[in-house]
Design a protein around this ligand. Structure first.
Ligand SMILES: [Zn+2]
Length: 208
């Protein structure tokens, strides 16, 4: 149990810092979480710090309903989203929620995001769903939209949030993080393709 916690903690810190270094989240937004194996607990980021500042002294342990179990700070406001994903899909071991620019632009302008890279097609078989959630964070009403999506799309391993960002989830932190980076890459390629098609006026991609 202790060794598993140590491994999870190290993965969580490394992934958070990498996400920040890659520019996937500005300021103190974005939050990653990892489930502590064989428990109903997760490691999450506290409110008010950047992903680049995450370390052993400020991490927070919460239950899957977002209640603080250990740590000095308040857990991130997005704990409802993270905990809800773990509760709804027990096979999920890690969640990456970040705010990269191209993913947000696609979420603001389209109903779903087509898969336009081979790497993205290896991750998932259908276009990336986009959720239009009213509030700044995923509240209980928003979580009901997420739950409906998980039920409707059992293959889904990610979704975009309008005016907000992306959510990627997988059995391991390595996959959740890798997928998050590939989703943003797909968003950037798709955005530039859609722009090129509009500029050329070829009519190709009218359904975009
Ligand atoms: Zn967010």
């Amino acid at each position: 149990m202790y060794m598993e916690f140590l491994k999870a903690k190290n993965e969580y810190i490394a992934a958070s810092r990498r996400a920040f270094a890659c520019g996937l989240a500005a300021g103190s937004v974005g939050n990653l979480s990892i489930r502590i194996p064989s428990t109903q607990l997760m490691i999450v980021k506290p409110s008010g710090i950047t992903l680049g500042e995450v370390d052993e002294t400020n991490l927070v342990i919460a239950d899957l309903f977002g209640n603080l179990v250990e740590g000095k700070a308040k857990p991130t406001k997005e704990t409802l989203l993270h905990g809800g994903l773990y509760r709804n899909r027990p096979q999920i071991g890690a969640v990456v929620h970040v705010h990269p620019v191209y993913s947000i632009m696609c979420a603001n302008c389209f109903e779903e995001m087509p898969l336009v890279t081979k790497q993205m097609k290896q991750i998932t078989s259908r276009p990336v769903p986009i959720l239009k959630i009213k509030h700044n964070t995923v509240d209980e009403a928003g979580m009901r939209q997420v739950e409906a999506l998980l039920k409707d799309r059992p293959e889904a391993c990610c979704f975009l949030l309008e005016e907000h960002g992306l959510v990627s989830f997988a059995a391991t932190m390595q996959d959740a993080q890798n997928n998050a980076e590939l989703i943003e890459e797909n968003a950037r390629v798709f955005w530039e393709m859609a722009k090129a098609v509009r500029t050329s006026g070829s009519g190709q991609g009218e359904s975009w």
